[in-house]
Design a binder for this molecule. Structure first.
Ligand code: ZN
Length: 430
């Protein structure tokens, strides 16, 4: 290393260190090392909707991001914005998607009204704040908005009793939970006698996730935690067989009458299990061999923990819930249009070619034809613009012929999904 190089390297180290220090100071002037849990209800039809605050709770420790506090890595279908009530500056932003918005795209929502739960965690502010929760429609317009005031000294903010924190164990610990991304495993449909089985299923899931390149490269950023929450019955509900079980989260297949779609409507019950536990991303393992799952960005993912292809399904759903990746598969006919013409999706692995420059244009090899013909060669690695994705055979394009976000057979995420995951990890952690 020359003297000039050494000086540059030293300068870079000093700049990086002081940025980190400034961010830490920023956090300490605005927030306590505590979490404020906000429970909401989203209700309405495909046309009309409203957001209501349903409860507030607090506990020690903030385990979410401590950098890039007032910006977003991805737009999501919804956002929460926290501003200083007096000064008006934005001190925290976070994006997410919801089951409610997915349901709004179904035929049922054009005829019936329903309500859905959603819980959001924010760092506990040191001063009064205004919270704004917004839900977007498919055309990137605002659909619903709730603004509300919170005084952190409000005595009706319920304080979690640490004696009620559920037993939990670190299965992998890369470092302090305040600095790392904490992925929490929650058991669904495992009885008290099946907790060993649950831990074994967690281990299998962790290995599957860490085998994918983006996560292999950043495995030092992740803690994996298992929560002990036994269910009365073993297995999960399968409505098409009239088979209903009593489980911790009341999850079931046949969500929106789609046989393989496994979700839980009981988000408050889910967060009741997690109060006091470091939690940035939630993986719910369902004790079933029945094929299926679901994943919602910055909300939760739920997957069958055994049976055919389950290891791929878990990682696929984690792609949705952790990195906001879209499904790259498609059908020939579908009632809903998820990705209308003329609107660029916010998901990083699909494009309608409306604003392709904001996607993977920079990763295309020279001379790539658009749309790129699927020639069956280098199906996992050759980046192109292949028509079909996001449930639509026309008008939506995906980056590779095959990918973890398309089939269970793909060995890994495609190069574009891999980059998108790395970007999310680097946005929320260092
Ligand atoms: Zn992909």
């Amino acid at each position: 290393m020359t003297r000039q190089h050494l000086r540059t390297a030293l300068l870079l180290t000093i700049v990086t260190l002081s940025t980190a220090k400034m961010e830490a100071q920023d956090f300490e002037t605005r927030f306590l090392d505590a979490t404020l849990r906000l429970d909401y209800i989203y209700a309405g039809t495909s046309e009309d909707q409203a957001i209501y605050l349903n409860g507030m709770k607090t506990y020690e420790g903030w385990y979410g991001k401590r950098i890039n506090m007032n910006s977003l890595p991805l737009q999501g279908n919804g956002t929460i914005t926290v501003t200083n009530f007096v000064l008006g500056d934005t001190i925290y932003r976070h994006s997410f998607s919801t089951l409610f918005q997915e349901w709004q795209n179904t035929e049922e929502a054009s005829k019936e009204a329903r309500s859905f739960e959603n819980t959001l965690l924010i760092p506990m502010p040191k001063f009064p704040i205004q919270v704004t929760v917004e839900l977007q429609n498919m055309h990137n317009g605002q659909k619903a908005c709730l603004k509300h005031f919170i005084d952190p000294a409000d005595r009706l903010i319920r304080v979690h009793d640490t004696r009620e924190t559920l037993p939990h164990t670190y299965l992998r610990k890369a470092g302090d939970s305040r600095d790392k991304i904490d992925v929490v495993f929650v058991p669904e449909g495992y009885t008290a006698e099946e907790m060993d089985l649950f831990r074994r299923d967690c281990e299998e899931s962790i290995s599957s996730i860490l085998r994918h390149k983006a996560f292999t490269d950043r495995k030092d950023r992740f803690n994996f935690i298992a929560v002990e929450a036994p269910s009365a019955h073993s297995g999960v509900s399968i409505p098409k067989n009239r088979d209903w079980k009593s489980t911790t989260l009341g999850s079931h297949f046949d969500t929106f009458y789609s046989e393989r779609y496994l979700t839980t409507p009981n988000i408050r019950a889910l967060y009741d299990l997690l109060d006091g536990i470091p939690c940035e991303s939630i993986i719910i393992l369902a004790n079933t061999k029945e094929y299926g799952g679901g994943g919602i960005y910055n909300n939760y993912m739920l997957s069958a923990a055994r049976g055919p292809g389950y290891k791929s399904v878990i990682v696929h759903e984690f792609g949705h819930s952790f990195a906001g990746l879209a499904d790259e598969y498609f059908y020939d006919d579908q009632y809903e249009t998820y990705y209308p013409e003329g609107i660029e999706p916010w998901e990083q692995n699909l494009t309608t070619l409306t604003d392709f420059g904001s996607k993977w244009q920079d990763m295309l090899p020279n001379g790539t034809t658009i749309p790129t013909p699927a020639d069956g060669r280098d199906v996992y690695t050759k980046v192109g613009v292949y028509e079909g994705g996001g449930y639509q055979s026309k008008g939506v394009y995906r980056p590779a012929q095959d990918c973890r976000m398309k089939t269970n057979e793909a060995p890994d995420f495609c190069p574009v999904c891999t980059r998108a995951i790395l970007r999310v990890i680097d946005f929320i952690s260092r």
